[in-house]
Design a protein around this ligand. Structure first.
Ligand code: ADP
Ligand code: GLC
Length: 498
């Protein structure tokens, strides 16, 4: 199958969260299963990608978009990227979505409309990379969510052409790409696609809604989140649309990259260790304590957080629950960046308890690994969590997590109180301060019983979180999407693969 995986971020070149990890690992696994996968990604400023293969492809100016280029690149990990080079849109100081002061770029509709447009074109007979073209275009999150609409428009315009099927994955329903309806003209969305059955969302244009309406199949990143987003509580205003489209919707739990996140081989941590021999983990705790300026005390229970600092992640619950623990001599190491109010409260806590609380603001891949390895317990009390990767990393690193029972957290952590034989962490009974305190108390009690703690650690480390099963499920979704519109690979006379 020829698969185009369209995404606004891909690790290690550009990553703001879990989507970056998924965009590296899932296409690689699909490629290893024999599919021909290309990852379409904007060429942002400062991205270091070596090894252009083949000739670049010129894209002529179209609509509001200037001339651009597609640069095929084969990465060290064997992945083929199509970098979308359009300096006016993507070569900027700041991140993929926001400028240096954290404000959305004003022309995001054009920036990501273009990404979606080119993704769709790669699935049509007029593919700019012909003879290569996609059988299925896999669009990720709102920045790519117009691709299914553009493909549907292409099908309407050319009913007899063979045009790719579309799959949209929701990584986070909280981000929807909502813009004034006037942008529909610019983006080439014909008037009859702008109604309530099209892109319209409370009078505005919603890119994510466009994807939900027009994708042949929709996935999200855990089975529980697939159910939750069909309810008003988790639906972010789109639960009605999702209920109406539920026949197209599947939840597939993310995997983790077991080469990058494996304590037996991890070069970013000070000491390597395994389920059979945890001695290195004890040394990693000491190394983390000294790196973070915490008191080097093996008997102090050390809690870790690696997170975007936003209300989604329940950091306020951590703030509420910690004074009690600190009074008992526990320690906390936090790495993250996000909302100013949470920065201020965390900085305050660190100032008040310098030997017990360490807070690092910023994005630091190595420290993220060291916290996963060196902490005793990982904290992730998210209010909602489409999948979440850190709770899986922490189980693989023998660092049982405290989590809420939502989304991918519910699907990947087994509560050690409820199921002592198989438990891998502590699941909060309610998403509030009382639920957090109760889970903390249970974790502390278990940690004080070394044999019991080792069993919980061992259960987590024995879990299989690889991508193989999930990638196979994606391949099935692609097949179903293609069947639903009558596309079959390699059969159309005008189709070539290489
Ligand atoms: P989300 O995508 O909602 O932020 P996930 O748990 O799916 O949450 O993925 C977050 C990813 O980003 C993980 O790989 C995590 O280690 C990483 N990460 C988050 N914050 C930081 C940070 N400040 N420094 C380094 N890595 C981080
Ligand atoms: C989003 C979600 C997170 C998920 C990630 C990758 O950022 O918040 O839960 O793991 O996407 O799918």
């Amino acid at each position: 199958m020829n698969i185009l995986f369209a995404t606004p971020e891909c690790a290690p070149y550009v990553k703001t969260g879990g989507l970056g990890d998924v965009s590296a690992a899932l296409p690689a696994m699909l490629a290893s299963m024999g599919h021909d996968v290309r990852v379409l990604l904007p060429a942002y400023r400062g991205m270091k990608v070596a090894g252009v293969v083949g000739d670049s492809v010129d894209l002529p100016p179209q609509g509001p978009w200037p001339a651009a280029q597609l640069l095929p690149v084969r990465t060290e990990s064997g992945l083929t990227l199509f970098l979308l080079a359009c300096p006016g849109l993507y070569q900027r100081a700041g991140g993929p979505y926001v400028d240096q002061s954290g404000h959305d770029y004003g022309d995001n509709p054009l920036r990501f409309g273009f990404l979606a447009r080119v993704a769709a074109q790669l699935g049509t007979p007029a593919s700019p990379c012909a003879p290569w073209r996609a059988d299925v275009v896999h669009a990720n999150d709102w920045p790519c969510a117009l691709a299914p609409l553009y493909l549907a428009q292409a099908r309407a315009a050319q009913p007899f052409a063979s045009i790719a099927a579309s799959v949209l994955t929701i990584h986070n329903l909280a981000f929807q790409g909502v813009f004034p309806m006037e942008t529909a003209d610019l983006l080439g969305i014909a008037p009859h696609w702008r109604g309530i059955d099209g892109v319209e969302f409370w009078g505005q244009l919603s890119m994510l809604k466009a994807g939900l309406q027009f994708a042949d199949r929709i996935t999200t990143v855990s089975p529980s989140y697939a159910r939750e987003i069909q309810t008003p509580e988790f639906g972010a205003g789109l639960d009605g649309v999702l209920r109406a489209q539920s026949h197209k919707l599947t939840g597939i739990l993310n995997g983790i990259d077991t080469r990058a996140w494996n304590p037996a081989h991890d070069k970013l941590i000070a000491h390597r260790y395994s389920r059979a021999d945890l001695a290195g983990k004890t040394l990693d705790k000491g190394a983390l304590q000294s790196q973070c300026g915490l008191k080097p005390d093996p008997r102090a229970m050390l809690f870790g957080v690696v997170s975007r600092l936003t209300s989604q992640k329940g950091i306020d619950l951590v703030l509420q629950g910690l004074p009690g623990l600190l009074a008992q001599g526990a320690q906390l190491a936090v790495l993250g960046q996000g909302e100013a109010g949470l920065h201020a409260s965390l900085a305050e806590l660190a100032r008040a308890h310098p030997s017990q609380v360490s807070v690092t603001f910023g994005f630091d891949e190595a420290l993220a690994h060291r916290i996963e390895a060196g902490a005793d317990v990982f904290l992730m009390p998210s209010r909602f969590e489409p999948c979440g990767l850190n709770q899986m990393y922490s189980q693989a690193y023998g660092t049982p997590p405290i989590v809420t029972a939502v989304g991918g957290l519910a699907d990947s952590v087994t509560d050690a109180t409820r199921d002592p034989a198989h438990g891998t962490g502590f699941v909060m009974r309610s998403v509030d301060a009382a639920g957090f305190d109760d889970a903390l108390r249970r974790a502390v009690a278990a940690w004080r019983e070394p044999a019991r703690w080792r069993r919980i650690q061992g259960n987590g480390m024995a879990r299989h979180f690889g991508w193989d099963e999930s990638a196979a499920q994606y391949a099935e979704v692609y097949e179903r999407a293609m069947r639903s519109i009558g596309v079959t690979t390699g059969t159309a006379p005008d189709r070539h693969t290489h």
